[in-house]
Design a protein around this ligand. Structure first.
Ligand code: AMP
Length: 537
């Protein structure tokens, strides 16, 4: 009974918060009802009928109008449908950003296939694992992934060629009958897991964000995120759903990004903290006209308050932070018209319920840190062929355990760390991000990452990995002292290891699991560096 009451209060509170996002004039029940409707190919068909000559997508400098995009998508779908026996067969895509890549994606969806998007720079071992797990019927590869695929014996026979497919008879768009995507995420355990997403999951995620961010057909989105990840793909989805224009650059290059924002009079920018950090350090920023931007979104990794403040000074726009994951889509976002307090990620997006639970799944009160769990139409139904993972990932009643630590103070959500990356040293908890934020403020350091490393004495010890700002690194003793002046003693790193680069994924997100291994492997070497050179680590 108590549980039921809690749920009722929770639901009422979430509806109030959704209305805050949507704005006072919006019919919330209607908005919520429409979130998971239809498919992307149907929306593209409708857009092509209404405004065939408007630009839909500019990808790697090539622009396709809604009419052109819908026409080419239908032909790719026709080619695929002529070769697959039933809906739900999988097409694996591993290619650099291009219009061909987008056509493979949309064509497969229109052919009622399930897309398996993987990173263009995927390694052989990972590709082999995913091929065995996903069992795709067709592949679309270009660049290095195409070479790797060619050397793998157990690969699908059928390879999609867009040039050939564009000669095929078109296939009309129809309501979805198969899952939209099988998106692989390595999680923190390293073994790729397939996240099965329905059309409803993916569309409700972006539709809720578009409503909250006041997306209009006049918006022009620019981004340089990979189209193998939900973050980058969501920009393509937004263009098709809103009838707006999305410009995707194949890679981050500040000159090109700045030029694209100016030339297209971009109104929206999507980025991750690593991109904003490089834009912030870019000399050309002061000569670039960012005044067309009304919205600059940051997500996929923690945004430090210092970076947010610095970027606001450079770009003249306050970053809007949002939080999400492959499994649960977009969940939390700063309120478009609201305050953006540093370190906060706002409120649950329309349709998303969020709460904090303890280790046994019990609800925690406001202001208490615990695991963030979310529920709603955005949340996936389960992992691909991994019932044991599903059991661990869901609390019951559709609540997905995000694996992230969070806190809700009654007004704002904060993401405080990643459960599996929490360092437990001498029995005390240390959030890597908290230590990183301190070291990031040291002038002598360009980049910092902190991870827990197994230690006989402490269980785990806090280790900092730093890239110096100049050729000579600050002395380890100085960095440790710097930390001691700002952090509790148990949170201070036990070691500082100088590295020339940090292991990051295609979104520039530091992979702390790899860092931990690096420290174990290089522990002796790092120690001896320190001993031979008493000052610089
Ligand atoms: P992915 O599945 O690759 O999209 O990664 C999802 C994970 O990225 C989440 O579980 C978080 O750990 C992290 N993440 C995403 N957005 C944020 C954010 N705004 N702040 C902190 N961490 C984030």
């Amino acid at each position: 009974m108590t549980h039921l009451n809690t749920s009722v209060v929770q639901a009422d509170r979430d509806r109030d918060l959704w209305q805050v996002h949507a704005g006072p004039g919006v019919d919330l029940p209607r908005l919520l009802d429409g979130l998971p409707r239809g498919s992307l190919p149907e929306a593209l068909r409708d857009g092509a009928e209404r405004h065939p000559d408007l630009p839909a997508l500019t990808v790697a400098c090539e622009t396709l109008t809604f009419g052109e995009l819908a026409g080419a998508t239908a032909k790719v779908a026709g080619w695929l449908r002529g070769r697959i026996d039933s809906p739900g067969r999988r097409l694996l895509i591993a290619a650099p950003t291009s219009t061909r890549q987008v056509l493979a994606y949309l064509g497969a969806l229109q052919a009622q296939m399930t897309v398996v998007p993987v990173d263009a720079g995927i390694g052989r071992e990972e590709l082999e694992t995913i091929l065995m797990d996903a069992e795709p019927t067709v592949t679309f590869t270009e660049g290095p992934a195409a070479e790797i695929l060619a050397s793998i014996d157990h690969r699908p026979e059928l390879a999609l060629s867009i040039d050939e497919a564009l000669l095929a008879p078109p296939l009309a768009a129809a309501p979805p009958v198969a899952p939209m995507m099988l998106a692989y995420t390595s999680g923190s355990t390293g073994r790729p897991k397939g996240v099965l997403l329905s059309h409803g999951n993916v569309l409700s995620s972006i539709r809720a964000a578009m409503a909250a961010w006041r997306w209009s057909p006049d918006d022009v989105l620019v981004h340089c995120l990979p189209l193998s990840h939900q973050h980058g793909l969501s920009g393509v989805h937004a263009a098709i759903l809103a009838g707006s224009h999305t410009v995707v650059l194949p890679a981050f290059d500040p000159d090109k990004l700045g030029a694209a924002i100016e030339a297209e009079r971009a109104t929206v920018l999507f980025g991750v903290p690593a991109i904003y950090a490089r834009l912030d350090a870019w000399e050309g920023a002061s000569e670039t006209d960012f005044s067309s931007l009304r919205l600059a979104v940051s997500g996929s990794a923690p945004l430090s308050p210092e970076l947010a403040a610095s970027v606001e000074g450079r770009l003249g726009i306050s970053l809007l932070e949002r939080y999400g994951s492959t499994e649960a889509g977009l969940d939390l976002s700063a309120v478009y018209d609201g305050e953006r307090p540093p370190g906060c990620v706002g409120l649950p997006l329309p349709g998303v319920e969020a709460k904090v639970v303890g280790t046994d799944g019990e609800d925690l009160s406001h202001g208490t840190e615990g695991e963030l769990v979310v529920r709603g139409p955005q949340v996936f139904g389960g992992y691909w062929r991994r019932p044991e993972e599903d059991a661990a990932a869901f609390l019951g009643d559709g609540w997905f355990r995000t694996g992230d630590l969070a806190e809700f103070d009654g007004a704002e959500w904060r993401i405080t760390g990643r459960l599996k990356e929490l360092i437990i040293t001498g029995g005390l908890n240390v959030h890597p991000v908290e230590v990183e934020r301190v070291l990031e403020r040291h002038d002598g350091l360009a980049r910092v990452a902190v991870a827990g490393v197994p230690s006989e004495r402490w269980g785990e010890e806090v280790v900092a990995f730093v890239i110096p700002a100049a050729s000579t690194a600050p002395a380890e003793s100085e960095l440790l002292q710097y930390c001691r002046a700002r952090l509790a003693a148990f949170k201070c790193p036990k070691r500082v290891i100088v590295v020339s680069e940090l292991p990051v994924n295609s979104l520039g997100k530091v992979q702390r699991r790899k860092l931990g291994k690096l420290a174990v492997a290089d522990g002796g070497a790092a120690q001896s560096t320190r001993e031979s050179d008493g000052s610089a680590t």
